[in-house]
Each structure stands twice: as C-alpha cells, then as structure tokens.
Design a protein around this ligand. Sequence first.
Ligand SMILES: C[S@@+](CC[C@H](N)C(=O)[O-])C[C@H]1O[C@@H](n2cnc3c(N)ncnc32)[C@H](O)[C@@H]1O
Length: 317
Amino acid sequence: MPHTARRHAAGTRRLSEHDPERWEPAFGKDHAQTKNPTLNYRHAFHAGNFADVFKHVLLARVLMHLRAKEAAFRVIDTHAGAGRYDLSASEAARTGEWRHGIGRLLASPPDRETLELLKPYLDCVRTERGANEPGFYPGSPAIALALSRPQDRLIFCELQPDDRQTLATTVDDRRVKVLESDGWAVLKAQLPPPERRGLVFIDPPFEEPGEFQRFEQGLVDAIRRWATGIFMFWHPVKDAHETEAFSRRIARLGIPKILRVELAVRPVRADALNACAILTVNPPWTLEAELARLMPYLARVLGDDNAGRYRIDWLAR
Ligand SMILES: C[S@@+](CC[C@H](N)C(=O)[O-])C[C@H]1O[C@@H](n2cnc3c(N)ncnc32)[C@H](O)[C@@H]1O
C-alpha cells in the first residue's frame, strides 16, 4: 500500500461523475477566441484564485529547497502565462476569483510556523501587490524569478502571443529565456539542463482533451532524460474516479518518488473548478512535512463553508 500519509482535513466525500478531460472553460465567452482552442484560455480571469495560491505556495517551497545548495539550478515553466496579473483589470474583476484565493489568505494570518513556510510566497505577493490594493498578483514566472539567484537559469514557455509579450516584459532578465514553444515539446528539447538540478513546472490550461495523457507520455521520456529533476504537474479534479484512474496509471509507470497533494474548496463537480491536485516527482525531502503543516491552513482558509479538504499521499515511493 503506497499511500503512507493519506489525510483528509475532515470526512471524505464521494465526488460526482464526469470526464476530467472535457473541461469547459469557466468564462468561455470572455476568452479571446482563436483558431487554436488551447489559446482560448486566459489566466488573467483566474489569477490569484485558490488553485493559484495552492500551486504557488508549493512552487515557492520547492524553490526554497533548491536555494539551500549553492550549486545553480534551472527552472523550466512549460505553461508560463503572462507572468503577473493586474487584479484591478476587467478580467480579474469580472470573475472576482482572487477574492476567494489570495484575498482570503491575506486576511487570515496563520500560526507562526505556517507563516514561516508561507513567507517566501507572501513576500512575492506583497512585492507585486504594492501599495494599491488589489494591485498585481505574481504568476509562476514572477515567483520563480524572485526566488532564484544570480547563478540560476529560467526558461518560460508561452504560446499565447499577448501573454507571451507581457511575460517577456515582466521577466526581462539576463537569466531568463522566454520561448514561443509548445511546453510539452520543451520537455524533450530542454532536458537535461546543464545545471543538472532544478524544476520543471507543468501547469497546462486543460482547455482541450489530452493534457493528462500528454503528461503521462511526457513524464516517462522526461525522467529518462533527467532522472533527478523535480517535476510538478498541476491538474484539476472534477471527477474523483477519473482522478484515481489517472493516479493509478502514473503510479504504474515505474517512476519512483511521486508525492500527490490534493485540495478541494467545495464538493467536487463536473462543471466547476472546486478541487485540484499537484503531483511532484522527486519532491524535496522536506516537502511532505511542510505540506502536513500548510495544507490544514490552506484547506481551512480557502474552503467555502467548512468544505475545505486535502490529502497528501505517495503514488510511488
Ligand atoms: C494555467 S495558465 C499558466 C499559469 C502560470 N503557470 C502561473 O502559475 O502563473 C496556462 C498557460 O499555458 C498557455 N499554453 C496553453 N497551451 C500551451 C502549450 N502547449 N505550450 C505552452 N503554453 C501553453 C496558455 O496560453 C496559458 O497562458
């Protein structure tokens, strides 16, 4: 039984049926319509929501671990987005999702030890926020850049032209390359990196079918190229059975050390983003204990009406 640290903040819920690959855009008509369905997604509508807070807290913890050694590391962000987001702009204001994410977090001080773990992330958030609320919110590239050092290198891939343009301006730094590349192809093209230590952060929009399969296929090859790299994969949870089937397939790939953490802020539904998970391959040895401290707080603060749930378990040891 590989699940050694399975936890739920409160009782389990059975979650509704649906095909997680058929993920309807939450704000379809507001998205820029392009011929490529992948590029209909604009993260500006969702920046700072509960899923962003969750993934960015973890991202910051992994980066802090990488910083603990002097040797340079590389970050490859396969689906980078625009880098930072204006929460007062019409997209974020229209959905108001950030109010239930970073808005709640900033209004809910944690205990001292949890705060210590959150601090690198919160420092990035406060820097972007500035003096004028709600200010800006940092995307994964801004967080990765803020937490990297002069010797580190970062690669950000973004296909959506406007977001890529904004990203290039946001992360204009000699350590950074912004690529107009398919993030999945970069898994092959950029691995292994010369530094031999680092993180691949995989955060697709799930706007079209096949993202789960692309991860499964990409991971096997990526691990063959870079067995010691840290890989983080964010995915929505819209059907508990489908999520378990996906997780079982990942567990059977023969790749060791895969830690899963899942957060639900409302009961899972097919037609809404109420829960999501992050798989971390080769997690820092510190991550599981850090999650054990962070997740009860995140589930309590980000959950609606005491509905916050989480679990932490190993898909493979
Ligand atoms: C969920 S958003 C990324 C958010 C970002 N990782 C963050 O945490 O701030 C997904 C992004 O991937 C971009 N995208 C979609 N398909 C892509 C692909 N095949 N390769 C690279 N980027 C892609 C979308 O335009 C979108 O900006």
